[in-house]
Design a protein around this ligand. Structure first.
Ligand SMILES: *Cc1c(COP(=O)(O)O)cnc(C)c1O
Length: 389
């Protein structure tokens, strides 16, 4: 039996796991995450993770999946079954390559995550080619069209919201190309945009849409969701050596029975159910509007301090802001490490830039549960830090 004090600790996972304790505006004392994943996890979600364990082949689990499946389908506007993968996003990203590439894959690259997908394709032994643009630029439909016109490719990978540069590529325009190239598998990573804006899978006509849930879903890391077109499932069935753990055909077969191929992270599925309740209680449109609003507040904060943004104008992400700090001409620059430290001392973690633009950019996330009110203490801390630089 747990003592009252121990139970208190369990109610506060940071205390339970000995995390660093700092008082800020929230009741839970710790450094609040404003990095672009993992993001802040609500106490309601943490509690949902602690539901009693059930068997993954029993009726309890099937009922749980049966409850969330239609919600996931509404979220992604699809009639296809949405799959649950116990892995981070890269599991499904690699899985998509192994399931769908027979001839050659075009990896559309505009930042650290999308660049990495080329490397992953090659490590899977696939024929792969880069469509590389400058970091901070989006991928344009015309560029993809020119490559696909060669007829060399049977698949492409695209990251909708390139988190390392805070840049969003025009997914609708790109997806429209699918009609011109029906035999090319369009594999789209929406890891840091899914749930923050509408992603209508069936209407887009693409073949795979995937996301890890530690970004805009605001769950702890460890679970991914994805959906496949009937064409993708048919193609996967013809591909040899697609393995087992990420075999899309296995996912479909099991999902039809409200199950997963292997033992899933059941606590995460409970937490996802709790999160979906939140999404629909708020309303999806309100959720999307909230992300646009909180993102605008961050852009306003940056402008107020004389910063410019790193992404090309018109293609800025709405779930995070990548601030230009010398990576591109224009705008002011500060000592990012010092800014981070001063903000952390006040209870907030921001990101100091990713890969080759570390220090010459910095990133602030507004994804997940953040509201205009919950973002204010961060801006106040950032203001105070700026005054000390
Ligand atoms: C975070 C992220 C990934 C990688 O996710 P993991 O959870 O580390 O596998 C992939 N793509 C994008 C766009 C991301 O933001």
């Amino acid at each position: 039996m747990f003592s009252a004090k121990e139970r208190m600790k369990f109610a506060n996972p940071v205390l339970a796991f000995g995390g660093s304790v700092r008082k800020n505006s929230r009741t839970m004392a710790h450094v609040k995450l404003h990095i672009p994943g993992p993001v802040e996890v609500s106490e309601k979600t943490f509690k949902a993770l602690c539901a009693p364990m059930i068997g993954h082949r029993g009726q309890g689990f099937k009922d749980l999946v049966a409850k969330i499946q239609p919600q996931l389908q509404t979220l992604l506007t699809t009639k296809q079954l949405v799959y649950l993968s116990t892995s981070s996003a890269w599991g499904v990203m690699e899985g998509a390559i192994r399931n769908l590439v027979a001839k050659k894959v075009l990896n559309c690259m505009c930042g650290a995550f999308s660049d990495k997908w080329l490397d992953v394709s090659k490590r899977c032994g696939k024929n792969a080619e880069a469509l590389q643009v400058e970091w901070g630029s989006p991928i344009r439909a015309e560029q993809i069209d020119a490559k696909l016109a060669t007829g060399e490719f049977d698949a492409l990978t695209l990251i909708h919201n390139e988190t390392s540069t805070g840049t969003m590529s025009p997914l609708n325009e790109i997806a429209a190309l699918k009609q011109k190239y029906p035999d090319v598998m369009f594999i789209v990573d929406a890891v840091s945009s899914m749930t923050a804006l509408p992603l209508k899978f069936d209407e887009l006509g693409i073949d795979v849409l995937l996301a890890g849930t530690q970004k805009a879903f605001a769950l702890p890391p460890g679970l991914s969701v994805f959906v496949c077109s009937p064409a993708a499932l048919a193609k996967a069935a013809t591909i040899k050596d697609r393995g087992y753990y990420f075999d899309f055909v296995e996912f479909q077969k099991n999902a039809a029975d409200h199950m997963t191929p292997s033992t899933p992270a059941i606590p995460h599925v409970y937490a996802l159910a709790s999160k979906l309740e939140d999404f629909f209680a708020e309303g999806l449109e309100a959720r999307y509007a909230r992300h646009r609003q909180t993102n605008q507040l961050t852009r306003d904060w940056a402008a107020k301090h004389g910063f410019t943004l790193f992404p090309e104008k018109g293609f800025e992400s709405i779930t995070l802001t990548c601030v230009n700090n010398g990576a591109k001409p224009g705008g002011r620059t500060v000592d990012v490490a010092k800014l981070q430290k001063l903000v952390k001392e006040q209870g907030f973690l921001i990101d100091g830039g990713y890969g080759k633009i570390k220090g010459t950019t910095f990133r602030i996330s507004n994804m997940g549960d953040e509201t205009a009110a919950s973002m204010q203490p961060l801006y106040a801390a950032l203001d105070k830090a700026m005054a000390q630089l």
